[in-house]
Design a protein around this ligand. Sequence first.
Ligand SMILES: NC(=O)c1ccc[n+]([C@@H]2O[C@H](COP(=O)([O-])OP(=O)(O)OC[C@H]3O[C@@H](n4cnc5c(N)ncnc54)[C@H](O)[C@@H]3O)[C@@H](O)[C@H]2O)c1
Ligand SMILES: O=C(O)C(=O)C[C@]1(C(=O)O)C=C[C@@H](O)C=C1
Length: 366
Amino acid sequence: MKTNVTIIGLGLIGGSLGLAIKRNPSIYVTGFDSSPETMTEAYRRGIIDAIPSSFQDACRNADIIIFSTPVNTTVKLMYDVADLQLKKDVILTDTGSTKGPIMHAASCLNEKGITFVGGHPMAGSHKSGVSAAKEHLFENAYYILTPESTTEEAAIEQLKKLLEPTKAKIKILHADEHDRMTAIVSHFPHLVASSLVGMLSAQQSVQPFVNKLAAGGFRDITRIASADPSMWRDITIQNRVELLKQLDVWLDEMGNVREMLIHNDSAQIHNYFADAKTFRDELPITSQGALYMTYDLHIDIPDHPGIISEITKILADESISLTNLRIVETRTDVFGILVISFQTADDREKAKLALSRETNYGMHIL
Ligand SMILES: NC(=O)c1ccc[n+]([C@@H]2O[C@H](COP(=O)([O-])OP(=O)(O)OC[C@H]3O[C@@H](n4cnc5c(N)ncnc54)[C@H](O)[C@@H]3O)[C@@H](O)[C@H]2O)c1
Ligand SMILES: O=C(O)C(=O)C[C@]1(C(=O)O)C=C[C@@H](O)C=C1
C-alpha cells in the first residue's frame, strides 16, 4: 500500500522534498502548483508522480499534505483547505520559514479535527523555483517541527518517518521559540545583507568605481541579498516583532562598535575580531545547516590554455556534477591552484579518482 503525499508549491523546497521523499518507493507524490509549467517540469524531473486537475483534486486522496508555498500564501491556504473534503486521518504540514502566523491560521483546521504540524527545513538557497530543486538539499540540516501541545504523538512519528529519506535532523520546537531563533540566524541576517547592498548602491553614485572593488568578502556576506524579494517581504512581515527586537540588539552592538572606534584601542579592536572568529570557527558545520559546507578539491594545474575544459571534460565523462570552480592562484609558467567544489564528499572522491587516472596533477583536500 502506497502512502499518498501531496505537495502544494513545487519550487525550491517543495521540489527538493519531492525528490527526497520519493527515495522511499512506497511514497506516491501528487504535486500541485499555481504555475502549470512548474507542474509539468516537476513531473518531467520525476519530482512528482501525478499532476492533479485542481487544488481540491490534489488534496482529496492525500494521506499527508505538505504546503511549500510562500508563507503569506500558506496562511491563506489553511482557510481554503479547511473547506475541502479530506481523508479522515490526513496530516497537514508546511515548510514555511515563519511559524507563528501559519500555526495561528491552522487552528481553524484543528477545530475541525484535522491535524496540522508546522514544519521548516533549515536549509535552502538564494535561488528559487523548481529548477533549483535538489534531492540532497536537506541532508544533515535541522528540520524543525512545531506541533500543537495537543498533537497526537502518532502524527509526529508519521511525519518523521516520511522525512527520513531527506536525512535531515528533526527537532521539535514551539512556534514562538522557532520564530525567535530564526529571526537571529536567518531573517535578520537577510535584512543586514540587503542593507549592505543598499549602502553600496547609494555610495556608488558618488564613487562610481567602488562596486568594482566588491570582491570575495562583500560577495560572501551579501549572497543572500540575491534571494527572492517577495519571499523575504512575506517572511519579514510575518516575523516583524522578532525582527524589531533583533534590530535593537544590532543598534546596541553598532553603538559598541562606534565607541570602540572612537577609543581606538588596538587590543580591544583585536579582541573584537578574535572573539568573533573563535565563536564562528566553533559553529557546527553541516552540509546545509548554519554553515554551508562545500567539498573542495584543490588541484595543482599548469597555466596553459584549455586546462579547465580538460578537467571539466574528465568530470563530465564520469557524470560528476560540480557546484563551483575557481582559480585561487595563477602566474605565467608557475603552477596555479584550481579549486573545484562538489555537493558531496562522495562526488569529490569520485572526481579525485577520475582525475588521478587521467592526469598527473597534484590534488589536495584541505
Ligand atoms: N528558499 C529557502 O531557502 C527556504 C528554506 C526553507 C524554507 N523555505 C520556505 O519554503 C516555502 C517555499 O519556498 P521556496 O524557496 O521553495 O519558494 P519558491 O518560490 O521556489 O516556490 C514556491 C512555489 O509555490 C508556488 N505557489 C505560489 N502560490 C501558490 C498557490 N496559491 N498554490 C500553489 N502553488 C503556489 C509557486 O509557483 C512556486 O513554484 C516558503 O514558505 C519559504 O519560506 C524557503
Ligand atoms: O542558504 C540560503 O541562501 C538561505 O538563505 C537559507 C535559509 C537561511 O537563512 O539559512 C533561508 C531561509 C530558510 O527559511 C532557511 C534557510
